[in-house]
Design a protein around this ligand. Structure first.
Ligand SMILES: Nc1ncnc2c1ncn2[C@@H]1O[C@H](COP(=O)(O)OP(=O)(O)OP(=O)(O)O)[C@@H](O)[C@H]1O
Ligand SMILES: [Mg+2]
Length: 349
């Protein structure tokens, strides 16, 4: 077998980190990538679950075939089964034509089932059949179709707890978790924080055509002290913003927009009684309420609806900032993606 270092630079060059749990995770991936067994990747948002899943695919013999990522939390429950397993013509209202489904599209490749904990029980049963018998049965069909797909699943949830509560099938859990890969939260591997930050500085500076040499001591300490709820994704964004903002050739503490801390961008809150028509939406570089004074409150004094307006506005900003990516928007808001999706559903209704 290829040695670890050359394997890593060939198949997982973008995974940064020298901490023990990251090296362990990479070693597990190296050992099993070449087999067809299912892998369950767990970790908080932004810890690199998709990055690792792609590395598995790249390091496998399926690399020339498709890698199909599916976010189970983002697809409405009633559409999920047909999306995954396909449907026959006339299977339900609107099923004018037969559709193959993502498993069939991933034939001979890899399917990445993100947020597997959000998979409804009925779809869990069908997924188990794919894993055990290597067949899919499209919605509305009596017959099975053979399919050859490697499954990599991921979740930020505690599936064992879900099994205990009866919301996740135990048999499916054991089947998926043959090879568990646990990605540590960034706060659990402080030695990687500066390493990743420095790499992000080099990348961002290159992109923006700036010359930036690194972080000053205070900035370093701030990065080490923060708890990183959005993990690597949040760190990368914070550094990118800092590279944009900094005036000198070093990132200073003041250039870091740490959520919850007043920054040089904080603006005065408009005086109570300012007519709503005079409030402007000020583009804010961050999302803390302090820095976003001009939320459209409307004329209401009803606290609940004012808070809803505020929530909508912050969600809207986060989504715009994340270019529509719900995972990133949720991280910016400090929410679980599922919570954000629920809120979006509520506001869309
Ligand atoms: N170890 C790492 N080294 C370098 N970049 C990383 C690492 N882990 C994550 N990233 C980067 O952080 C971002 C988030 O990673 P990824 O999308 O894989 O996270 P995730 O665990 O799937 O998050 P979510 O649960 O929110 O979907 C990506 O831009 C990815 O490239
Ligand atoms: Mg992901």
């Amino acid at each position: 077998m290829q040695d670890f270092t050359s394997w890593r630079s060939q198949f997982a060059p973008e995974v940064v980190g020298e901490s023990e749990p990251i090296l362990d995770a990479l070693e597990t991936v190296r050992r099993v990538a070449g087999t067809d067994c299912s892998i369950l990747i767990t970790g908080e948002t932004g810890t690199g679950k998709e990055l690792f899943a792609r590395a598995v695919h790249r390091a496998s013999t399926r690399r020339g075939r498709k890698f199909i990522p599916i976010n189970c939390a983002a697809i409405p429950e009633q559409l999920l089964e047909s999306e995954l397993f396909g449907h026959i013509k006339g299977a339900f209202t609107g099923a004018v034509n037969a559709r193959p489904g993502r498993f069939m599209s991933a034939h001979e490749g890899t399917i990445f089932l993100d947020e597997i904990g959000d998979l409804p029980l009925s779809a869990q049963a069908k997924l188990l059949r794919v894993l055990e018998e290597r067949v899919v049965s499209p919605v509305g069909s009596d017959s099975d179709l053979p399919v050859d797909v490697r499954v990599i699943a991921a979740t930020h949830r505690n599936l064992e707890e879900m099994v205990a509560q009866g919301t996740f099938r135990a048999d499916l859990y054991f089947r998926l978790a043959v090879v568990p890969v646990e990605l540590p939260a960034l706060r659990e591997r402080p030695e990687d924080i500066i390493r990743i930050a420095e790499l992000c500085i080099v990348r961002a500076a290159e992109k923006l055509g700036r010359r930036i040499t690194g972080l000053d001591d205070a900035a370093r300490n701030t990065l080490l002290a923060y708890h990183w709820p959005g993990n690597v994704r949040e760190l990368a964004h914070m550094i990118e913003r800092a590279v944009l903002l900094t005036r000198g050739d070093q990132i200073l503490d003041a250039d870091l927009q740490v959520p919850g801390r007043k920054t040089k961008f904080a603006r005065a809150t408009p005086a109570l009684g300012t007519p709503v028509s005079e409030l402007k939406v000020v583009p804010s570089p961050s999302l803390t309420v302090k820095e976003a004074p001009a939320v459209p409150l409307g004329d209401t004094l009803d606290l609940r609806s004012a808070l809803e307006n505020l929530e909508r506005e912050l969600i809207d900003r986060a989504l715009r900032k994340a270019g529509g990516n719900r995972t990133e928007a949720a991280a910016l808001l400090g929410l679980n993606r599922t919570t954000l999706v629920e809120k979006l559903r509520k506001y869309a209704a």
